[in-house]
Design a protein around this ligand. Structure first.
Ligand code: DLL
Length: 432
């Protein structure tokens, strides 16, 4: 099903016209209202009048996460606070939190984009959506909440955490759709299994996002919960969830291009890369009022897909981000994404689970990489030889994928702490 066929299936020439009109509007408005943007435009010798269509996007200056810290809390808002209905914030790992604000129109557009995602995953008025994304400053909970109301579905606003209660609710209320982070979905899958409730749940689909997850992780979740799992992407600085989402064909996430213009750039030079290249994803919000951004550097690494999709939606797709460039580890001079390690582990046979931890350290000036992986319950724990063989096979696979050696430790089932939100899988002791 398609929530808004008029927009989601808009012919590309009309979409381009809409994007162009909105970009011109946004640039003029921001030049007037946002000092940081105006100063950067002036420094680059660009006037709003130079921007005539979406093809001129590359002329505009970039914006960065650091801007949100430098202009904390409201310095980048383009509307007075009296027009801001909601504030969200994200703490980040270091320094000040970042703050974003939404007008009524922003909240409406946000609900609309997440509704597109939920409907693409099969949501209707009759759905019971168990929303296990955290409510609060994090955008996941409220983002899904408002969208469910727009569809007319029943929302179960349980938020993240209290896993036993999640399972009971799923069973007692008859939830048909689950929304949360993929790592929490995995955890809930284990809890359902443990409680022997697999036959008692009525879930049909789940919409998961907020962190990178591999295809193998998708299959593991689908198997555990007996559902079809869909991906949803977004970031607070651009909106929150719903910037892009998967349709039933699951071949990339359709970007809501009526509201967000996407580019892929070389993260080092800032050059826009040719269609299909992998690089840093950059977004411009075309209709955001409260907290608009122009050419925002997401640090997410992925590629865009321009071929038409079988679903009939005309909006381009983005491939699953491998992770943020700031999540990329440099180990002995080699670039390593945690998602590459996850893929190896999940392809290592039935002995291992998707629960793992990556520990990076520096010993005698040399980087070390240790990977703790939980064994599955049914793996022959008492057979030392088979444990050693499995460890060795993972070490070999990691070496061939990453190009560096790692130590692999198979650890006992349930010994790695589960996450209720975004999983923290990397411990980099070199930074401490
Ligand atoms: O995670 C918004 C969100 C909530 C998206 C719920 C989807 C579902 P932030 O906390 O600002 O916002 O984190 C944004 O998370 O730049 C990506 O690195 C990562 N991310 C989000 N969705 C995905 C996804 C929310 N589907 C950052 N796949 C982004 C991979 C994702 N990474």
């Amino acid at each position: 099903m398609i929530f808004n066929p008029k927009i989601e299936m808009m012919p590309r020439d009309e979409l381009k016209k809409l994007q162009s009109e909105r970009l011109v509007w946004q640039v003029n408005r921001m030049y007037e209202r946002v000092e940081c943007f105006r100063t950067r435009m002036d420094l680059n010798g660009i006037k709003p009048s130079h921007i005539k269509s979406i093809d001129d996007l590359h002329l505009l200056p970039f914006s960065y996460k650091k801007d949100l810290r430098d202009y904390y809390p409201y310095g980048l808002f383009a509307e007075p606070l009296e027009n801001i209905l909601r504030i969200h914030a994200s703490s980040g790992t270091t320094g000040k939190q970042i703050v974003v604000g939404y007008t009524k129109c922003d909240l409406d557009n946000w609900a609309e984009t997440v509704a597109r995602s939920l409907v693409a995953a099969g949501a209707t008025k009759a759905s019971l959506i168990q929303n296990s994304f955290g409510y609060g400053f994090f955008t996941g909970g409220f983002g899904v909440h408002d969208a469910a109301s727009l569809i007319g579905a029943t929302i179960i606003p349980i938020s993240a955490g209290n896993t036993q209660r999640q399972v009971n609710t799923m069973v007692d209320f008859g939830s048909t759709m689950l929304t949360c982070t993929p790592s929490y979905a995995m955890y809930l899958g284990e809890a359902v299994e443990e409680a022997g409730m697999r036959d008692k749940i009525k879930l049909k689909a789940g919409v998961f996002g907020a962190e990178p997850w591999s295809e193998d992780m998708r299959h593991a979740i689908e198997y555990k919960l007996g559902i079809k799992a869909y991906d949803i992407y977004g970031l607070s600085e651009v909106q929150g969830p719903g910037v892009s989402y998967e349709c039933e064909y699951q071949c990339g996430m359709h970007i809501c291009e009526d509201l967000f213009a996407a580019e892929i750039i070389d993260p080092d030079t800032g050059e826009v890369l040719p269609e299909g290249s992998t690089g840093e994803l950059v977004f411009t919000t075309l209709a955001k009022e409260g907290f608009p951004v122009i050419r925002y550097r997401t640090r997410d690494i992925c590629s865009l897909v321009y071929e038409p999709c079988r679903c009939g939606r005309t909006h381009i797709r983005m491939n699953k981000p491998q992770g943020r460039s700031d999540d990329m580890l440099i180990i002995r001079g080699v670039n390593v994404f945690p998602s590459q390690i996850e893929e190896v582990l999940l392809n290592s046979g039935s002995g291992v689970t998707p629960n793992y931890q990556i520990i990076v350290d520096r010993v005698n000036n040399t980087d070390t990489l240790d990977v703790n992986v939980e064994m599955s319950e049914d793996f022959l724990q008492d057979e030392v030889r088979s444990i050693e063989m499995l460890e060795k096979s993972i070490v070999d696979k990691l070496r061939s994928v990453l190009g560096i050696g790692a130590k692999v430790h198979l650890v006992n089932p349930k010994s790695i702490t589960r996450s209720e939100g975004k999983a923290k899988r990397v411990i980099d002791n070199r930074k401490i």
